[in-house]
Design a protein around this ligand. Structure first.
Ligand code: IPD
Ligand code: CA
Ligand code: CA
Length: 263
């Protein structure tokens, strides 16, 4: 038996109300490292979602940010980021998400991303489309970089390395209206899917950050690939590029130029 989109959306809506509720209470925060936090909401929401999956689909395998790999049938795989944008959440900023995706035989089938404070629920089903709160969504039709807004992110542990992403940020900032850094990769991808921004890229994300967003964008008519076209999007650390189909090759050309430079 396969999960349905309605089922996963209803779990994520419950998880979203947990996130809102816990944010209003005295939130316990622990440091994994300087800029990598985990709150009690991350742990509680992840446990809630894993319980829903295990109860309904006991044989499925799960990759979840806080508890790691839950072994099961490799053909049926779930990806969970209980709070994407934990740093924002811990500081009381509303830019955070819950992201859940389901893949069968390596193909993404369902993806749901919630922004609890705005009560925005983005969801997609393979071959059927993408929606925001019940309305179909599409990537933007913007054709020119100069009319585009982009989003990116910076990993703290890469800041002083050649993979810091700073040169990409500077280079693209000259070409577009603006490049934002909002702090939740899952929501950034959802915003590409619904056409609020033209594109997103980031270096060294994890499968649970991107799985639901990849399906949302593809079903909304956009393109997603690894940054330089090599490797796999869902197997481990991933450098990702996503955009509307006209802007995508333009971004890829600029990002590849930077990549090709000698260190
Ligand atoms: C982080 C967010 C952030 C991105 C980081 C991620 P987390 O996820 O998606 O936007 O820049 O790379 O790790 O840790 O808040 O789940
Ligand atoms: Ca997280
Ligand atoms: Ca994340």
């Amino acid at each position: 038996m396969e999960p349905t989109l309605d089922q996963v959306v209803s779990w994520v809506k419950e998880a979203a109300s947990m996130a809102r509720q816990m944010r209003q209470e005295d939130l316990q925060v622990h440091h994994k490292s300087k800029a990598d936090l985990v709150t009690e909401a991350d742990t509680a929401i992840e446990a809630f979602l894993i319980d829903k999956i295990h109860t309904n689909f006991p044989n499925h395998s799960i990759k979840a940010e806080e508890s790691g790999q839950h072994d099961g049938d490799q053909e049926d795989e779930w990806f969970i980021d209980p709070i994407d944008g934990t740093l924002n959440y811990a500081h009381g900023l509303p830019q955070y998400a819950i992201s859940v995706a389901y893949a069968c035989k390596g193909e993404l089938k369902l993806g749901v991303i919630a922004n609890p404070p705005m009560q925005e629920y983005f969801y997609a089903e393979a071959g059927k489309g993408s929606w925001l709160n019940g309305k179909p969504i599409h990537v933007s039709e913007t054709q020119e970089l100069i009319d585009s807004m982009l989003i990116t992110g910076f990993r703290y542990h890469l800041l002083d390395t050649p993979r810091s992403n700073i040169n990409n940020f500077i280079r693209l900032s000259h070409e577009v209206q603006s490049v934002r850094r909002l702090g939740s990769a899952a929501l950034d991808l959802a915003y590409v899917a619904c056409g609020r921004v033209e594109g997103f890229w980031e270096i060294d994300l994890s499968p649970w950050d991107v799985a639901a967003g990849i399906l949302l964008i593809r079903e909304a008519g956009g393109i997603v690939s690894t940054l330089h076209g090599e490797g796999h999007l869902l197997k481990g650390s991933v450098d990702i590029l996503a955009a509307n189909p006209v802007i995508f090759p333009k971004l890829q050309a600029i990002l590849n130029e930077e990549h090709a430079k000698p260190l």
